[in-house]
Design a protein around this ligand. Structure first.
Ligand code: BGC
Length: 758
């Protein structure tokens, strides 16, 4: 390889050789040293090139793209003016493009290949919000490993995940991509996912760099409309929005961070020095690199922040946005900006160092084709082990929202074999929609449908009843939910009449959530609510199986339908997981990671809100409430039932050591079947300089208990859990009274209190 000769060099008396000869098991210092050597060889244009990322365009079937923008991109690749590409995949395709860059460009610095591997590549696990409902960090980490193993086999070595944005507004379609409304749970899950993607050895061929996104506050888009302006308080920024990012960096070791589309305090996050330099890089010591969101540098002009793309590039580079994804701002203007003294070369060097370092850590300098093994690709896609992992994750993500006795015979779930079961709803036979949103690498029609899953257990009869959406669905285009066609109702109702139990599979199409998919109505789309009520009129024994990418507001169902199972979009193994839970082969254990509202008018609704000055019901109207709806959610954060029951007792608070207050509780399975329970610990700091929320999750543990088995669960509350950020961003711990609650949701448990003395 030509580059070996170019880079052969002596540094401080050490012969380093060309990059090809640099060993893989380098220590951190070695990598830093090698980065310096390489950096010293680079021209300003080549440095800026590393900061430039293009979307995939390379036609693998032809030698080179021939026209327009793609042609200049191709030339840029050959000149070494591209540091990374996104959405190019396939071991062969990646190899070809990598080869072009490594062999044609002067220094042959390999590309990083990024892709949105959000919940799997071809084999899909549940959408991230669904996974979050498992509260199972081991399973979530495994699921991310599976995703990394598959994605890395197609040449990808960088995923734009996990999204660690906290979100409180179910109208926002991207809630499906995160871990819900709570920063404590969100931080733990973010760390688990980073560790899963990055594995123990980033230089292995089956691990990929992760990316914590979107820095910061993107999940607080006003009124839940994607890309909208963000208005948040300083306290919310420090205490709710930032902690999952900090954890992803400090505990997860995430290699990259993506900034965000939104404006915050009048400054687009992409051009925000306070966020990217002061907090992320200086205060937290993040030493990976920051990638812009798609064209977010360019959008700073539209935001009314920069007057043109050149100024936008200047702001972004100065603010610490290290790589430009598809704005063309850096590649066009950064060299000039440096020459004009508007961006210092030091800042460019800092960005390039960070990017090169990740490339070294990924093992790309040792072998640029590390991820391009066609045999491995063939073996890994849809691998049997991945089906197992996806099934396990899917079962664990299901939440039993309601299961009430309908007759003297008891509860509908788990289903008994031998009953006459009718299945109704278009989603029951759908093999694509359950794959969910954000599934760039997947193939349509690869989910096991609910009908297929159920048929493994029993004979069922089926009627569609009504479609969810009209026409073909494309992930780039608006879905049409204006379906008024009720022509299938009669058949569904007739079928329900003749059956003992009716399983209604209703909800959102997989592409009704995700990026750009906000809704103002969050009930059942189309005529599904009417279908539900029509069936209920003839047969009340309904098990409602919900498929959705966000919390839905279903007050009628909550009130009337006896059994409700939340199944999100569970991915490839959807139907198998749902059938196993319906028939009791798997006892559901999921808990909601986001509150389910009664009405969209309550949004944003979240359990960890502040108290108002007037929270209590008053005889007059002057208390904090709605005239027409309760303040409470339909299903609260942390809620989820099981086929068994758990009893809590013996809450103990050991405050002998104020540095570590121990809380213990005994949890007992008092039902007849084995089950898993997520025990949750909430605190309330009763008075503080900056008021604290009415409840904050500060510990949870999932345990598996046989009938009558009990277990003592102990939590430790240290300053990390008891402290908070003040409005200057300083973490403080204050003496005072804390209430605690330990139980199985954010509203149910044993309570006590202690005084923290400092
Ligand atoms: C999204 C990012 C994503 C990027 C690349 C953007 O539109 O906001 O989350 O990683 O596209 O696909």
């Amino acid at each position: 390889m030509r580059k070996i000769i170019i880079l052969t060099i002596m540094v401080g008396g050490i012969f380093l050789g060309g990059y090809k000869s640099l060993k893989l098991n380098d220590t951190k210092d070695d990598i830093d040293q090698k980065v310096e050597v390489l950096l010293a060889r680079m021209t300003l244009e080549e440095k800026v090139g590393q900061m430039n990322q293009y979307n995939g365009f390379y036609d693998a079937t032809g030698p080179a793209p021939s026209e327009g923008d793609d042609k200049s991109k191709f030339e840029h690749l050959k000149k070494g003016w591209v540091g990374a590409v996104l959405s190019v995949r396939g071991a062969k395709e990646v190899h070809e493009l990598q080869k072009l860059v490594v062999e044609e460009s002067r220094l042959g610095i390999p590309l990083i290949f990024g892709l949105d591997v959000i919940h799997g590549h071809k084999t899909l696990a549940p959408i991230p919000l669904g996974e979050a409902a498992s509260w199972d960090l081991v399973a979530i980490r495994k699921s991310a490993r599976m995703a990394a193993v598959e994605a890395s086999s197609v040449g990808v070595n960088w995923t734009f995940a996990p999204m660690v944005d906290i979100s409180r507004d179910a109208r926002w379609g991207r809630v499906m991509e995160g871990a819900g409304e709570d920063p404590y749970l969100g931080a733990k899950i973010g760390v688990a996912r980073v560790r899963g993607f990055q594995g123990d050895d980033l230089a292995a061929n089956n691990t990929i760099a992760a990316c914590a996104k979107h820095f910061a506050a993107y999940g607080f888009a006003e009124a839940g409309r994607d890309y909208n302006t963000v208005e948040v308080s300083t306290s919310t920024l420090y205490n709710i929005i930032l902690p999952p990012f900090k954890a992803a960096i400090e505990q997860g070791g995430v290699k990259t961070v993506m900034n965000a589309f939104n404006i915050l305090n009048g400054i687009p996050a992409t051009g925000d020095e306070f966020l990217q330099r002061d907090i992320l890089k200086d205060k937290w010591g993040f030493n990976g690199f920051v990638v812009s969101d798609w064209a977010s540098i360019k959008e700073m002009v539209v935001h009314g922040f920069a007057s043109d793309l050149k100024e936008a590039a200047m702001y972004a580079a100065n603010a610490g946005s290290d790589m430009d994804m598809e704005s063309y701002g850096y590649v066009k203007y950064l060299v000039d900006l440096v020459k004009e003294g508007k961006v210092s070369e030091d800042k460019i060097d800092d960005a390039v160092r960070r990017i090169l370092k990740v490339k070294y850590e990924l093992g790309l300098f040792d072998d640029p084709y590390l991820y391009c093994d066609e045999a491995r690709e063939k073996e890994m896609l849809y691998h049997a082990d991945h089906q197992e992992a996806a099934l396990d994750m899917a079962r664990k993500s299901i939440v039993l929202l309601k299961n009430e006795a309908t007759t003297a015979k008891g509860k509908l779930l788990p289903l008994k074999k031998g009953k006459k079961i009718a299945v109704i709803g278009a989603l029951a036979q759908d093999k694509t929609s359950p794959l969910g949103s954000w599934r760039i690498g997947s193939d349509d029609g690869t989910a096991v449908s609910v009908l297929e899953g159920l048929k493994k257990y029993t004979e069922v009869t089926y009627a569609k009843g009504a479609d969810v959406v009209l026409g073909e669905v494309d992930f780039r285009l608006e879905v049409n939910v204006n379906n008024t066609d009720k022509s299938g109702f009669a058949e569904a109702v007739a079928l329900a009449k003749q059956s003992e139990t009716v399983i209604m599979v209703l909800g959102e199409h997989g592409f009704m959530s995700g990026e750009g998919r906000s809704r103002t109505e969050i009930g059942l789309p189309g005529v599904q609510q009417e279908l539900l009520e029509a069936v209920y009129a003839v047969n009340k024994n309904i098990v409602l199986v919900l498929m959705n990418g966000r919390p839905l507001a279903l007050p009628w169902a909550g009130e009337n339908v006896p059994a409700i199972l939340e199944t999100w979009h569970l991915g490839t193994q959807s139907g198998n997981a749902i059938a196993q839970v319906l028939f009791g082969d798997y006892n559901p254990s999921g808990k909601l990671p986001m509150s389910f509202p009664r009405s969209v008018g309550q949004c944003p609704i979240y359990y960890n809100h502040y108290s108002t000055g007037r929270p209590d019901v008053a005889p007059d109207v002057f208390w904090s409430h709605y005239m027409d709806e309760s303040n409470d959610p339909l299903f609260p954060f942390g809620h989820g039932l099981s086929y068994t029951e758990f009893e809590y007792s013996e809450l103990r608070i050991d405050e002998a050591n104020s540095a570590e207050i121990k809380i213990s509780v005994v949890v007992r399975n008092i039902g007849k079947v084995a089950g898993e329970e997520v025990t949750q610990l909430y605190i309330h700091d009763k008075a503080a300089r900056v008021a604290r929320p009415v409840k904050e999750l500060k510990g949870f543990e999932k345990s598996s208990l046989a009938p009558q088995e009990s277990k003592t669960i102990t939590f430790a509350l240290t300053e990390n859990e008891l402290g908070f950020y003040d409005n200057q961003g300083k973490f403080v711990l204050e003496a005072g009274i804390f209430d605690i609650m330990v139980g199985n949701s954010s509203i149910k448990g044993l309570s006590g209190s202690f005084e923290l003395k400092l």
